[in-house]
Design a protein around this ligand. Structure first.
Ligand SMILES: Cc1ncc(COP(=O)(O)O)c(C=O)c1O
Length: 417
């Protein structure tokens, strides 16, 4: 392949996307063609260290061999029957996932937003059927700066104007309070509150970790006021933070887990609502569903993902290597980094705005072979697949330090390596 051909491969792919793909994203100019583990190779053969992991959907690495083997085997047997019939894969998956969560039952769905929508429906139905809230009067308390997905109901309680503007009318029944403020949350709860819906650590907001007593206080309040505590662990869960669930760090067990992303092993969309029978039992035939929800291919993959999580090795890797990631990032304070937040292999990094936007820094990092994603303004997120090695973390942070040094030559000296 000549150089001209290879340059065209990237430009052509991007031009095709520009013409035919709706412009609801603004991707970096990298065209992935293959991937393995933590490495993505583009159409020109350049390799990139993936420090985004598809927003945690690729926690176990690209094409994890254990997951791919199960997917291949299931592809050769049965892929889809819809829930009109049973399949021999769904029961074992739901049993394993319920056990991982310490709950009774699972409602399988596909995307994360669908799990959130489903959780909201279940909470409202529980409010009417069990808590005796007058029909149509139930309210749900959420956090400001939340991110739970992109459907019309979910954006109705978002405060991101880009996500909302022009998409009304909005779904009523939500009250937003500042994340981390247990007093404000308590004040927002009334007799018609059916649920509190929270990300235990806010991901898209910039990996915001709440004060240590926040989630325990929410838990206590929900128990006391007969309100469901719903933890959206779609991004924070399944080993990302060094524990199976981010809630585990705070010693808190919610009434309902919302799971997605990594549950599908980076292969298929698979999400779930997991709760006890007194909650999920409010659903009866015909009241909720999805053609692809719980399909045999996704269920087979999900069962393997749960078995991998039961072994604990990904949680340990994230905890141990996360310490290294955070130590290296903290050493960049004063060299362009102004804040670092997060847990395990999950870090939100605020850059001195004088050095550029998160998007600009991401582009420069991509040119050096490291893929990250900006969140807001000058915040970057590092969330590599949990199979990353210590050497690869060092290499990625070396590239980051060099990008910061190039962007801010006035910051003299060199950070600790
Ligand atoms: C916490 C949280 N909830 C829900 C979602 C929505 O998931 P999906 O994009 O699969 O609909 C996301 C996606 O980033 C998320 O981070």
């Amino acid at each position: 392949m000549t150089i001209v051909d290879t340059v065209n491969a990237t430009e052509e792919a991007i031009a095709l996307d520009d013409r035919y793909v709706a412009h609801n994203y603004s991707p970096l100019p990298v065209v992935a063609a293959s991937a393995e583990g933590v490495w993505i190779t583009d159409v020109e053969g350049r390799r990139y260290l993936d420090c985004l992991a598809a927003y945690s959907a690729v926690n176990f690495g690209h094409r994890n061999p254990e997951i791919i083997a199960v997917a291949h085997a299931q592809l050769d047997k049965l892929t889809l029957v819809s829930r009109a019939f049973h399949s021999d894969r769904l029961g074992p998956f739901c049993e394993a996932l319920a056990e991982l969560c310490g709950k009774d039952m699972v409602l399988p769905m596909n995307s994360g937003a669908e799990a959130v929508e489903s959780g909201i429906k279940v909470a409202r139905k529980w409010g009417t059927d069990v808590k005796d809230v007058p029909a149509g009067q139930g309210n749900i308390v959420v956090a400001r700066n939340n991110f739970h997905g992109r459907t019309t109901t979910i954006i109705s309680f978002s405060d991101d104007e880009t996500a909302r503007r022009g998409f009304g009318p909005y779904t009523p029944g939500f009250r937003a309070v500042p994340f981390g403020d247990a007093d404000a949350l308590a004040a927002a709860v009334d007799e018609n509150t059916v649920a509190v819906l929270l990300e235990p650590i806010q991901g898209e907001a910039g990996i915001i970790v709440p004060p240590p007593d926040f989630l325990p206080r929410v838990r206590a309040l929900c128990t006391e006021r007969n309100v469901l505590m719903i933890a959206d662990e779609i991004q924070s869960g399944l080993a990302r933070t060094g524990r199976t669930f981010a809630c585990d760090h705070f010693g808190v067990v919610p009434d309902m887990y919302l799971l997605g992303k990594a549950l599908g092993g980076g292969v298929v969309p698979l999400s779930a609502v997991v709760a006890n029978r007194d909650i999920l039992g409010v659903l009866h035939p015909g009241e909720h569903g999805s053609t692809f929800g719980g399909n045999p291919l996704a269920a087979a993959i999900g069962t393997t993902v749960v078995a991998m999580l039961q072994r604990g090795e990904f949680q340990s890797r994230s905890a141990e290597l996360g310490e290294q990631l955070h130590r290296r990032l903290h050493a960049l304070f004063g060299y362009g980094v102004v804040a670092v937040r997060g847990m395990g292999l999950w870090a939100g990094v605020d850059i001195d705005p004088a050095l550029g936007t998160g998007k600009q820094i991401s582009r420069k990092l991509a040119e050096r072979g490291v893929l990250v994603k900006d969140t807001h303004g000058s915040t970057l997120r590092f969330a590599p697949p949990l199979v990353i090695t210590a050497e690869e973390i060092d290499w990625a942070i070396d590239q980051f330090a060099d990008v910061l040094a190039d962007a801010g030559p006035h910051l003299t000296g060199s950070p600790a390596r």
